[in-house]
Design a protein around this ligand. Sequence first.
Ligand SMILES: Nc1ncnc2c1ncn2[C@@H]1O[C@H](COP(=O)(O)OP(=O)(O)OP(=O)(O)O)[C@@H](O)[C@H]1O
Ligand SMILES: [Mg+2]
Length: 365
Amino acid sequence: MFLEKIKLENFRNYSSCEIDFHEKINIITGDNAQGKTNLLESIYFSSFIRSFRTSSDREMISFGKDHLRVCSSFSKNGETDLVEIAMDRSGRKIAKINGIKRDRLRDVVSDYYVVVFSPEDMKIVKDEPERRRNFLDREICQMSLSYFESLAVYKKLLLQRNSYLKEEKIDETLLDIWDENLAKEGSNIIRKRKGFVDKLSSISEKIHGGITDGSEISEIVYCPNIEWRESDEEQRELFKSILLENRKKDMMHGTTSSGPHKDDLDIMIDGVSTRKFGSQGQQRTAALSLKLAEIELIKEEKGDYPILLLDDVLSELDEKRQRYLVDHLEHTQLFITAAEVPQDIIRYFPQNKKLVIEKGTVKGQ
Ligand SMILES: Nc1ncnc2c1ncn2[C@@H]1O[C@H](COP(=O)(O)OP(=O)(O)OP(=O)(O)O)[C@@H](O)[C@H]1O
Ligand SMILES: [Mg+2]
């Protein structure tokens, strides 16, 4: 799959702009604050319908404007799909594929795949658990509609339960209903996360071994807050019983203390937690292996490679890791932002397109 072109209207500092892309390598350069990351964000938005930088999507609408529009032409299996997403200041989004309005935004999310790798992702190993949960959610949503749905329902139920827990008078029969539903959606989330992490771990182990010439063995471990159970029913019952067990505590604190919203991941290198003990180099290798594994996994699950957005990340990798990266991305359309054109990459991929961004416009297309 690759992105042929994008048309932006009122997207951050792009008021109106149409850009054709190269099927393989697109190198986006320019001074600071000109709109390089904004462009990657718009590509991400056309597949995920949200930002990878902010949880407040409305920030993407240009200052002083009341809506934004992004039209992307994705080439898939020899055909071109025109994906159009519009959003207004209230945050309402409308998606059209080939001119036909889709009521379910998730159709877009699961049909066009993009992976982003930014300096922030380098911190995935060490940062707060929330970053690793977001990573899980983002990736599994691309692969599974039922995950996308369960996650949305789970988050809504959790918000409702938490606000109810803060009320003075609580009817516990109402809590029983919330717990039943939370356990149902939560169990689906746990099962999907477990399956995803196991698959990702086996791919990532090979990649990590490749980068370190076999000197390190890595494993990604899922650390669920509610212990994982093979049977769906047992999983639900376990979750429900823990919610009940913690009910008094939850009522006291006004929040739900257990569930997949407290899950985490750990990456082990030679059996030792990289989060706790890994060197900086090991953390970088682990983050890179994770990203490359994610790309392979999408290919396995979807039958097609995703688009890869590399935001200012090449300079964070040493030559050996850079080489490993480019060696393993021959099937992937790449968008690389950098302060300067990375000469090694140009030598490696003589077929490429260079875009120089200046104040939300493209010079030298
Ligand atoms: N909603 C918005 N409307 C208009 N302009 C915006 C909006 N949001 C951000 N900007 C502008 O976009 C610019 C930043 O763009 P971007 O983050 O893409 O820079 P960059 O080229 O990636 O820079 P760097 O090399 O520093 O990473 C800032 O000048 C900011 O004011
Ligand atoms: Mg940037």
